[in-house]
Design a protein around this ligand. Structure first.
Ligand SMILES: Cc1cc2nc3c(=O)[nH]c(=O)nc-3n(C[C@H](O)[C@H](O)[C@H](O)COP(=O)(O)OP(=O)(O)OC[C@H]3O[C@@H](n4cnc5c(N)ncnc54)[C@H](O)[C@@H]3O)c2cc1C
Length: 494
């Protein structure tokens, strides 16, 4: 770590690292501390949902993730040692909003974290492994964070803001005295492990649905020789021995124990659902699993943490770099807490339902529809200003993710909107009208005669850096008010 820090991020999981990348690319000095001595080795959150891929594209890591990953393979059911047929767990939702990334993409979590960490380091950031956050004290100007090192030494870091991205057992959350509101705690324990298995093809996600003791699944992990094992069990041990993992596979599949040639990372856990009562306390914010813990149903946990980071990064950037009113940070909890509550309900429902071959295409389509996260919106947020009247509920409006549709550019070419949005800036679209003047760090595009213009209709659309429409209006007078709210110095002429 060199020099002053604007934001101390506690936890180098996917949430903390995604936030650190977003902060660094907007010139906010972020430093990450991580209790573990080395990067996380497990594959656990392996499915990147379409909306998360869009976010990761904007953060500059999607090309590396595409090279490291692969599409979800078809499921293969086994009974009595015989293949019973292929089926799809997820089918793409034909009614989903247009996206460059229409389906889920599989990357082991350790690899996603490695790619995010490398991106953050390339952006000039720093990650300190083996450094544990232990407690904090905050004033109205600073946060004083106590950090402990493996040699027993301690130091205090004084920073303007601190983000607890330190997972489900968050010490930051505990230090704030923020309680978790519980949900389902009656879910059966699960075991997840990374294993190598002989004599099993890598073109399918294998499932033994009727195994004694409960279904067992083995999913080939792209870019590795591993399979991810997942099974409901009654094993409460958080780190079962390799022999227990081999015995489980032998008991529930046709494979003998010695077909398991290697057992790597293993985790036994009891899924919980819980939501933090607050996501912000003064200068300290909570994100990812520190704010909401989920069962793995529907593969949402990692995804929603990355989306928290994307919502928070630009707001911290506006407050720290542009002197936006700190009240802007209140909108983080207002927007993300309901989003997390909806995902908790969804992942609990999908975890209870399990993965069933007999569900067929209708179930696969439904799973695709509810998990892509492309329709998540902030229409009820105080940061969403919609002044047009008599809109149909289906119309793109303030609070929605902006539609990623083709857009005519002044050079006569066509680009998708998200290509124009890429980067940490706000974007103003003037659709079918002349663009008003704006501060220089807002990018403005005049848009006519293209699918994007047809979808939005005439008006001014201010797109937030996280791709959501902040303001939709036909009256330019609203623009100055909105820009002041998010921290821009607005010229008197505007
Ligand atoms: C066994 C298991 C299986 C899962 N399977 C899936 C799945 O299939 N699909 C899916 O989408 N999600 C899955 N999840 C959930 C997903 O992995 C998490 O939602 C995701 O990792 C959350 O990211 P995060 O960065 O918020 O927290 P974490 O990944 O938990 O990262 C928090 C980091 O903070 C560090 N830390 C903790 N305390 C301190 C401290 N005091 N000081 C400094 N650092 C600290 C930790 O070491 C850790 O590296 C699973 C979770 C578990 C536990």
């Amino acid at each position: 770590m060199h020099g002053a820090v604007d934001v101390l991020v506690v936890g180098a999981g996917p949430t903390g690292l995604a936030l650190a990348c977003d902060l660094a690319r907007r010139g906010v000095r972020a430093h990450v501390v991580e209790a573990a001595a080395r990067p996380f080795p497990g594959s656990r959150g392996k499915g990147l949902q379409p909306r998360t891929q869009e976010v990761l594209d904007d953060l500059g890591v999607m090309a590396a993730l595409q090279a490291a990953g692969g599409p979800f393979p078809p499921m293969q059911t086994w009974r009595d040692g015989r293949r019973q047929g292929e089926w799809r767990l997820i089918e793409q939702d034909p009614d989903a909003p247009a996206s460059r990334y229409p389906g889920p993409w599989m990357v082991p979590q350790w690899r996603t974290q490695e790619i995010l960490r490398d991106r953050f380091l390339a952006l000039g950031g720093s990650v300190e492994y083996g450094t544990r956050f232990t407690s904090l004290h905050q004033t109205d100007r600073h946060v004083l964070a106590e950090l402990a090192h493996p040699d027993g030494s301690r130091r205090t870091l004084t920073v303007p803001y601190l983000v607890g991205a330190d997972g489900g057992r968050s010490t930051v959350r505990e230090s704030l005295g923020v309680a978790m509101k519980g949900g389902a705690d009656d879910l059966r324990p699960s075991l997840v492990a990374d294993v190598r298995v002989r004599d099993l093809d890598r073109d399918h996600w294998h499932i033994w649905p009727d195994a004694p003791g409960g279904p067992l699944l083995l999913c080939p992990l792209p870019g590795t020789d591993d399979f991810q094992l997942s099974a409901r069990t009654d094993i409460e041990d958080p780190e079962p021995a390799p022999e227990a993992v081999r015995a489980l596979i032998a008991a529930r599949t046709h494979l003998p124990a010695d077909a398991v040639t290697d057992v790597g990372w293993v985790s036994g856990y009891r899924p919980r659902t819980a939501l933090a009562e607050r996501f912000r306390e003064g200068r300290v914010l909570l994100a990812g699993d520190a704010a909401h813990v989920h069962p793995p149903g529907g593969g949402q946990g990692l995804n929603i943490g990355v989306q928290d980071a994307y919502n928070l990064g630009w707001k911290l950037g506006q407050v720290i770099r542009h002197h936006a009113p700190p009240a802007l940070l209140d909108s983080y909890e207002a927007e993300r807490q309901p989003a997390a509550a909806a995902v908790l309900e969804l992942s609990t429902r999908l975890y209870r339902a399990g993965r069933r071959p007999e569900g067929g295409s209708a179930e696969a389509r439904e799973r695709g529809r509810v998990t892509h996260q492309l329709s998540a919106h902030y229409r009820d947020s105080t940061l969403s200003t919609e002044t047009r009247e008599r809109l149909s509920p289906a119309a793109a409006q303030a609070g929605d993710r902006a539609p990623d549709l083709p857009c005519a550019t002044p050079d006569g070419g066509t680009r998708r909107l998200f290509e124009l949005l890429k980067g940490p800036h706000f974007t103003l679209l003037a659709v079918g009208c002349p663009p008003p003047g704006t501060p220089s760090d807002i990018r403005t595009h005049q848009v006519t005669d293209c699918p994007l213009a047809d979808e939005l209709g005439r008006g001014l659309f201010l797109i937030r850096p996280d791709g959501h429409i902040g303001l939709a209006t036909r009256d330019p007078a609203y623009l100055a008010r909105y820009l002041a709210k998010v921290g821009f110095q607005v010229p008197a002429a505007l």
